[in-house]
Design a protein around this ligand. Structure first.
Ligand SMILES: Cc1cc2nc3c(=O)[nH]c(=O)nc-3n(C[C@H](O)[C@H](O)[C@H](O)COP(=O)(O)O)c2cc1C
Length: 214
């Protein structure tokens, strides 16, 4: 598969199976993540690998944070939250670690960390692994931050589940995007609609796709 096909065919897949990524695969995922665009090479990110029994620690933090946020949460609901960590053999938490003194705006550093996360999902796809980016509305909960040893300026951007794609997984084809809905062009006369090449397949397919809601 060429690099462009790789981008176009990536889908989130969950649950994922073992065996967990090998050491070499994990290394490749992390190398890809750390190749993200990064103004002034600040490396404003860090990653926490969670696998094996480590998933229990992470799942317990998710469940405890939920129970703390809402005392009405039943043990069953908290248990389901904890099980989220076990939807793949490994997950990689992505933490933005912006440097305040560096003269690069915080948002640029967060964007770099998000790009690192996406690089990781694409690298998984390139290696024939499955991946899915997940997060929680409780990402600022002290119990979760403590579990990941997060400093006060750090921000959890979620985690990437990684594992083997089950034989029966059937990720739906991506719903086509009508580019003209999302793209304009700035000209000397101002913003103009985007006119793709005549007969743009994606635009035609989007028009034909009843699920596109148009
Ligand atoms: C930062 C971030 C957090 C996300 N968190 C969740 C999540 O907690 N639950 C979820 O169902 N999807 C979440 N998503 C969306 C999925 O990762 C995925 O992109 C979406 O289901 C569309 O599937 P696709 O990647 O195959 O296009 C998140 C995406 C991002 C960028």
């Amino acid at each position: 598969m060429g690099p462009l096909d790789l981008l176009l065919t990536r889908r989130s897949i969950l649950p994922l199976e073992g065996p967990e990524p090998t050491g070499a695969e994990l290394d490749a995922l992390l190398r890809a993540a750390t190749s993200a665009p990064d103004h002034k090479s600040l490396r404003p990110w860090r990653f926490v690998v969670v696998r094996g029994e480590g998933r229990r620690r992470f799942g317990e933090a998710l469940a405890a944070a939920l129970a703390e946020a809402d005392p009405r949460v039943t043990p069953e609901v908290a248990g389901r939250q904890a099980e989220k960590a076990f939807r793949s053999p490994m997950l990689v938490a992505v933490i933005a670690a912006p440097r305040q003194e560096a003269g690069v705006p915080r948002w640029e550093q967060l964007a770099s960390a998000a790009a690192a996360a996406q690089n990781l999902t694409l690298a998984a796809h390139a290696l024939g692994l499955g991946a899915a980016w997940r997060s929680t509305s409780l990402r600022d909960a002290p119990l979760i931050r403590d579990a990941l040893a997060m400093g006060p300026h750090e921000e959890l951007l979620g985690w990437i589940h990684v594992g083997r794609v089950p034989a029966d997984a059937r990720p739906a084809p991506r719903r086509p995007v009508r580019l003209s809905d999302h793209v304009t062009e700035l000209t000397l006369d101002g913003l103009m609609g985007y006119a793709g090449p005549e007969g743009d397949d994606a635009d035609d397919a989007a028009e034909a796709d009843p699920a596109s809601g148009r």
